[in-house]
Design a protein around this ligand. Structure first.
Ligand code: ZN
Length: 760
């Protein structure tokens, strides 16, 4: 703390001398750090699809942070956008605990917002509530630590760089990058309300903050918000990826940080989430897989079947679609940075407000003077149907409401089926080993029992599939105490919401706060910061709720959730205007000590025959720009060491006799696939694909794979493997014998030799 204070004082004196005492209002810093979690054999967070486990890396995941301080008061706020499926209270708590040790009293849960981009291609296991971990067989500390450490690093880097800065806000439209995936729900909103929005059933506006370093007169970074799900990579993907948001960041950061490997450099570009609840990047829209015809709009089915109705596009495959949606966001972001005339400087005080509220019984004052309450958490039938971005694996369809005797009759059977698919029963089987038979019976009957009548009434017309608020075993399934928070920098109000607001829900929240602030004569640019601090699934309007599509079925606190949040965020904004601090509310339970995990650890790694770790078993061949080269290596398990801020692969270019890194595992042009080729003997392979960019310099290259292998007694050992060299864009002068594509693997068949090797 002391060195920073001294540094700050020096800067202050310097700038005071240079530009006078009122020339700038804010100090700011930006920072970024790697949060890539376990890239092998861990369930991916997002589609909750059976068997969609990590098996390599396409691009790495990052936390991107800004710290802003009001010079006059010293008040600080922090915003972090992190490439993760969602944010959780346990992660935030761990982050806050670490920050408190590093910078006592500076950062608290009140002035720090952590928002997830909602990529569906990151590892799971870091959430504390049961529902988010069952399909992953429980909690994984390695997943949580990767996020926590990276977020703390990103904030700490931003903190270290805090300096006199100017912050600008600008807005632009992003065309052809999003569609509404529940248009029939949207149309349930009043016609006169819909008529007020020329962009129709999606928000097209990107709001961007540009940070300028006043001393160096250079850009520090941009943070923007545009509504689209990072679900361009679909549920067949097994590679870690930041999806369209992560790639947009990479494209911008690569351009602004020339001459350094991908992932490095000081310029930070964050593409953060906002009210993306009903917004898909798959802009070709949903089609029937067999006929290519449009699906039934109301239920997203083809001849009654959910699984056949999937949305794609705009590319030929998910990689191309990701790239196109990323490029469209990046292009607008860059145009906003370049258009200084379109920028407005932020000016005014920095404030923040945070409160935990009990969302299971929040009293809502309705327009007609009566009151209503939010509900204990429950998921509806259509939750299991999934969406056209990733249909569920069950016989549920979207838009299912009560009053259908057929659904009611078979709901018991379907519930069992869903629970088996979600691995809930597998999870409970594991738990059974640690508890008595009676307790086990209690768990099962608690889940299979009918929801309480008051829960059913509160959620109507939602037919309840899982009354998670009533499940107490082995610990809480959903949050009760929910974070609500606003941070304000001048006229910018970031409404940090604990879930996925739909388009119209986001508009109503923004309008409510906007009206309240404007009535006080203040300027306001309201922005919804989605999936912040904790995750409570979706928030729809009351009208959309009646349609019970996926988003409404996942509106876990019932039909009045949005009105509760409108009321609550008004309260937060009012407290900021009056300066009257709200009570903190009751913090959520932190459940780290009771987390159960049945994810098998890595016991040992082993190589086939006499090969060593890192041995290149498939060599790359000469190629032209635009072609793809492949190299395959004997590898260890990728969970042995995450190689944070490092890389499992390097494509190296020979520059005058020196091997220089040209690409790493963070690059869009590379893909790292990992496969356990023999689970019993612990054998694995890594395959590196390099899609040679058109602008790659001609010359000699090689591919390197590095990692750690685990010995059953000696523990972890690093290894490195190097391919033969290959030429790009050149022809070899000396004829060489054609290399075998696959090198023969000499494998000892002697079981004693195998055993001896394992022990040694
Ligand atoms: Zn979502």
């Amino acid at each position: 703390m002391q060195p920073f204070k001294r540094l700050k004082t020096c800067l202050l004196l310097l700038v005071l001398t240079l530009v006078g005492s009122h020339a700038w209002e804010y100090n700011a810093g930006v920072g970024k750090a790697d949060v890539t979690g376990p890239a092998a054999e861990i369930g991916m967070m997002g589609y909750a699809k059976q068997g969609q486990n990590t098996a390599g890396i396409h691009i790495r995941l990052y936390a991107r942070a800004f710290v802003v301080e009001e010079v006059a008061t010293g008040t600080r706020v922090v915003f972090v956008s992190v490439d993760a499926g969602m944010m959780g209270q346990l992660v935030k708590k761990q982050v806050m605990d670490q920050l408190e040790l590093m910078y006592p009293g500076v950062y608290t849960e009140k002035n720090v917002v952590i928002s997830a981009t909602h990529t569906h291609s990151g590892p799971a296991g870091y959430m504390q509530y049961v529902i988010f971990n069952v399909s992953n067989l429980g909690f994984l500390k390695q997943s949580m630590d990767a996020l926590v450490d990276g977020i703390v690093d990103a904030i700490s880097r931003a903190h270290t760089l805090v300096r006199p800065a100017k912050i600008y806000v600008s807005q632009g439209k992003v065309a052809e990058a999003n569609i509404n995936r529940s248009p029939t729900s949207y149309d349930a909103n009043p016609e006169e309300e819909r008529a007020r929005y020329p962009d129709g059933n999606t928000d097209k506006t990107m709001v961007q903050l540009t940070f300028v370093d006043l001393q160096e007169d250079e850009y520090m970074g941009v943070f923007n918000w545009f509504a689209v799900h990072p679900t361009s990579m679909n549920n067949t993907n097994h590679l870690i990826s930041g999806d369209n948001k992560g790639l947009a960041s990479q494209l911008f950061e690569k351009e602004m940080n020339p001459g350094v490997p991908t992932g490095r450099g000081g310029f930070v570009a964050a593409f953060a989430s906002t009210n993306l609840g009903d917004i898909s990047p798959n802009i070709k829209g949903p089609k029937c897989l067999d006929t290519g015809l449009p699906c039934d709009l109301e239920h997203s089915t083809c001849e009654g079947r959910t699984q056949m109705c999937v949305a794609f596009g705009p590319g030929e495959d998910m990689y191309e679609s990701t790239r196109i949606i990323a490029e469209r966001q990046y292009a607008v972001s860059k145009a906003l940075l370049e258009d200084e005339s379109g920028m407005t400087a932020l000016t005014g005080s920095i404030k923040y407000a945070h409160q935990w509220i009990d969302m299971t019984k929040y009293e809502v004052n309705l327009a007609d003077g009566s009151t209503a309450s939010t509900c204990t958490p429950a998921l509806g039938y259509s939750f299991a149907a999934g969406t056209t971005d990733g249909p569920g694996e069950f016989d549920f369809t979207q838009g299912t409401i009560t009053g259908n005797p057929f659904w009611d009759f078979i709901s018991g059977i379907l519930k069992v089926k869903v629970l088996i698919h979600m691995k809930v029963f597998t999870f409970l089987e594991f738990i059974q080993g640690t508890i008595s038979a009676n307790q086990y019976r209690d768990y099962i009957s608690e889940i299979l029992k009918d929801p309480e009548p008051e829960t059913v009434a509160c959620h109507a017309p939602k037919p309840i599939l899982l009354d998670t608020g009533e499940f107490k075993y082995p610990y809480a399934w959903h949050p009760t105490q929910v974070d609500t928070q606003i941070i304000k920098i001048g006229q910018l109000y970031l409404l940090a919401v604990p879930g996925e607001f739909t388009t119209m829900a986001g508009r109503r929240l923004r309008e409510t706060v906007e009206k309240l602030v404007q009535e006080q004569g203040e300027d306001i640019i309201p922005v919804v910061a989605g999936l912040s601090n904790t995750y409570t699934h979706y928030i729809t309007t009351f009208e959309e709720y009646q349609k019970q599509r996926y988003e409404a079925a996942s509106n876990i606190y019932g039909p009045r959730s949005l009105e509760a949040y409108q009321q609550q965020y008004s309260k937060l904004a009012a407290s900021m205007l009056t300066g009257e601090e709200l009570p903190a509310g009751t913090p959520p339970e932190y459940l780290l000590d009771v987390q159960l995990s049945f994810i098998p650890g890595v016991i040992f790694d082993h190589t086939p025959g006499s090969l060593s770790f890192g041995h290149c078993i498939q060599q790359p061949h000469d190629a032209q720009p635009g072609q793809m080269v492949t190299a395959k290596f004997v590898s260890g398990h990728l969970r042995n060491d995450l190689l944070t801020s490092d890389s499992f692969l390097r494509v190296e270019h020979n520059e005058n006799g020196e091997w220089i890194e040209y690409a790493n595992d963070d690059d869009w042009s590379t893909r790292l696939y990992w496969e356990r080729t023999n689970a019993i003997l612990g054998e694995s392979e890594v395959t590196v694909l390099w899609d040679i960019p058109q602008d790659a310099p001609r010359g000699e290259y090689r591919i390197i794979h590095k990692g750690y292998y685990k010995h059953i007694i000696r523990g972890l050992t690093p290894y490195i493997g190097t391919s033969k060299t290959f030429l790009v864009g050149l022809t070899r002068v000396i004829e060489e014998p054609v290399e075998e594509f696959f090198e023969e693997v000499v494998e000892s068949k002697n079981p004693f030799a195998q055993l001896w090797k394992l022990i040694m």
